[in-house]
Ligand binder design. Structure first.
Ligand SMILES: C[S@@+](CC[C@H](N)C(=O)[O-])C[C@H]1O[C@@H](n2cnc3c(N)ncnc32)[C@H](O)[C@@H]1O
Length: 431
């Protein structure tokens, strides 16, 4: 868990524990960023097998994490075996990950966040840093509870209530669910229509209506945006709506509107994922000097071997990857990124990359240890297991704010790493 100073875990009346803001949090701020402690694999439908997987991971947790897991809420408390008890806690608290490998996971702090249909936090699994994040959807005042939405799609009050009661055993009392009768019905009508429009727009995009009836399609999105705005400020569905509008107008050659809709979509996504939305360019940042081939390389973000004397593009993530994007020692993973050619091509030329990270802090007791921040803003430790334990470096070269560069860095699993633990304790090794 890093930089979690925006909140404290407190008792929240009628909800058990919850996260409460301990300072004002500005819209778009990353409030929480946390690694999983227990995961279930994607595509395993067999509950008994999942129960065993979860139980094995719980048993392998270090005592304080295990205690934290066991203190979590369990809405299935009447199960009579330890395995079923763990499974009950897992089901009550697990958050979706859905990165192709992991289906859902337990996070010690993120799983304490309560639900609100008009939540002020946006949850997301960030696959770049292999962590769950929550960003502020609007300004959150000190003392306010931080909330996320447990439901996948917008639905009316009765359907929301039923799903939350069936799946999470509580009755929601958020602002939206507590609206006076007529306002509540009005809100439901809006949500039903937003849902209906979603279907019309996605079918239209899939079946070519963006070319055959673009104005009708634009009307649908216009209505959806208006309904989102009436429903509440900064709805997290807005960026997708602007993106849909951008596709409709661009497909019809209307680049001026396309640019504005695209900018609005990006601005909304930036709020939803805050500082995680890193790699971006402004519309006028198109390189004008490049010849055709080089322009295409830029456009498709292809890896192009550096010519001698050519300055390196520090924003190129295949040359300057983050920690989570590094290849594994001896592994064939991500070879497509890390070789000039395809993985099984015997003539593919190996290429080089450089892991860069800022020194945030350091100490020199038994050995030199550093706390680093990489290009994805992921924090990680660096230990010097060298002969002189880091004393090879001159003291004036070790400063906060300086950059560490590790050429051809790789993940390396040490013998004492926990087996099969996600995002495991691998360290950057290199020459
Ligand atoms: C993932 S946990 C959230 C943390 C939990 N409150 C705790 O004490 O650990 C989910 C459970 O919290 C409770 N909960 C979440 N949101 C709630 C809400 N809006 N009102 C009442 N209870 C809520 C429900 O019991 C739900 O099954």
């Amino acid at each position: 868990m890093d930089d979690n100073s925006f909140y404290a875990i407190r008792d929240v009346p009628g909800k058990g524990k919850g996260l409460v803001a301990v300072q004002k949090i500005k819209k778009g701020t990353r409030i929480l960023c946390e690694e999983p402690i227990i995961i279930t694999p994607q595509g395993e439908p067999e509950i008994p097998r999942l129960r065993v997987t979860v139980a094995q991971q719980v048993d392998a947790l270090e005592p304080s994490l295990r205690q934290a897991f066991l203190s979590m809420r369990n809405i299935y408390p009447h199960e009579n075996s330890v395995e079923k008890l763990y499974w009950g806690i897992f089901q009550t608290n697990a958050l979706p990950v859905e990165n192709g490998e992991i289906a859902s996971a337990i996070f010690i702090e993120a799983c304490r966040i309560n639900h609100a249909c008009d939540r002020n936090g946006q949850k997301r699994w960030n696959d770049n840093i292999k962590k769950h994040t929550v960003h502020a959807l609007r300004d959150i005042e000190k003392g306010d509870e931080i909330t996320i939405c447990y439901l996948g799609v917008d639905m009316g009050r009765d359907s929301r209530m039923k799903t939350l009661e069936d799946k999470f055993a509580f009755v929601c009392s958020c602002r939206l669910c507590s609206l006076p009768a007529e306002e509540g019905r009005e809100s439901d009508r809006r949500l039903d229509r937003i849902y209906q429009l979603d279907g019309l727009i996605s079918r239209g995009l899939a079946f070519g209506a963006l070319l055959s009836s673009p104005l009708q399609m634009l009307r649908y999105v216009d209505e959806q945006v208006r309904l989102y705005n009436e429903q509440g400020p900064d709805d997290s569905g807005l960026p997708q709506a602007f993106f849909d509008a951008a596709q409709i107008v661009i497909a019809n050659g209307d680049l001026a509107r396309g640019r504005i809709f695209a900018e609005r979509a990006v601005s909304g996504w930036r709020t939803n994922s805050g500082s995680d939305c890193k790699e971006n360019t402004a519309v006028d940042e198109v390189p004008s000097e490049l010849e055709k081939g080089a322009f295409e390389d830029w456009l498709w973000k292809r890896f192009v071997p550096q010519r001698e004397g050519q300055p390196a593009d520090l924003r190129n993530r295949s040359s300057f990857p983050g920690f989570s994007d590094l290849p594994t020692d001896g592994g064939a993973d991500r070879m497509d990124i890390f070789q000039d050619g395809v993985a099984d091509d015997p003539h593919a030329r190996p290429r080089h990359w450089c892991f860069l990270a800022e020194i945030v802090d350091y100490s020199l007791l038994l050995r030199l240890e550093m706390e680093l921040k990489d290009v994805n803003e992921e924090m990680l430790p660096l230990f010097f297991y060298t002969e002189a334990r880091g004393n090879e470096l001159a003291p004036e070269d070790i400063c906060r704010g300086y950059t560490v560069a590790v050429l051809d860095a790789r993940h390396h699993k040490f013998r004492w790493d926990r087996p099969d633990f996600p995002g495991a304790v691998a360290e950057a090794t290199g020459n």
